[in-house]
Design a protein around this ligand. Structure first.
Ligand code: ZN
Length: 231
């Protein structure tokens, strides 16, 4: 089967991939967070739909696929420390992370709203346990000690609350635990750098640079993970 694949980046509801075929060209409308391998996998999984339509000249109805991102938005997958893990039901009441799978109670799993709420509760517990340790560890490296650590839900565009030297508090969004390690580190270092400088001036970024590998890359990577906060 010969076909040309054109990927169009646009906002799609809940990360779905929407396929249209025209003149032997497959147009895939995908969200920014969906990668090309995901698109190819959806084509492979629905190959018959494509082969049935590829030689028809008239436009056909669209095909919508659940991308991994869509599964994330429906609570069938979740990010933990940058890895996209399966969420599966089991009979125990308490949610648990076992062999890179998040298991949640089958009754909560059965309903999408309940399922997502339980995933969020689990992520918050995980964040309060592990992010606090990471914050302390980065603080030790920077020879800084916060007066208070707050891990909670922040606004959509915030991963942390920028502090100042009179109020040495580290306040980070709990969903930071879902990010890869270099981004968690950047967020923590950014928080601590405000203990020296209240504003984002040259000296502030110099401090950040001293403790993170490449902060401009971190800022770009962080933008690619912004949908984590939409759930
Ligand atoms: Zn800041």
């Amino acid at each position: 089967m010969f076909m040309k694949l054109v990927i169009r980046r646009r906002r799609t509801p809940e990360g779905n991939i929407k396929f249209n075929i025209n003149d032997n060209t497959v147009y895939a409308d995908v969200d920014d967070g969906v990668d090309v391998q995901d698109v190819k996998k959806c084509i492979k999984d629905n190959l018959k739909w494509f082969t049935d339509r590829i030689h028809e000249s008239k436009p056909t109805e669209a095909l919508e696929c659940d991308s991994r991102l869509a599964q994330f938005f429906s609570g069938k997958k979740t990010f933990i420390c940058g890895e996209l893990l399966d969420v599966l039901p089991y009979s125990d009441k308490k949610s648990a992370l076992l062999d890179n799978v998040l298991y949640i109670n089958e009754k909560k799993f059965a309903d999408k709203t309940e399922r997502i709420a339980e995933i969020k509760r689990f992520i918050l517990r995980l964040a309060r346990e592990f992010l606090s340790k990471e914050i302390s560890s980065v603080g030790t490296r920077m020879a800084l000690c916060p007066s208070k650590i707050v891990i909670k839900a922040l606004k959509q565009d915030q991963w942390l609350l920028c502090g100042n030297n009179t109020n040495p508090t580290v306040c980070i969004d709990y969903r930071a635990i879902q990010l890869p390690s270099h981004l968690r580190r950047y967020i923590i270092v950014h928080s601590f750098a405000h203990f020296y400088e209240s504003v984002h001036n040259y000296r502030f970024w110099q401090i950040v640079r001293q403790y993170t590998s490449d902060y401009t890359k971190c800022l770009n990577d962080l933008a690619n993970f912004s949908y984590i906060k939409e759930i």
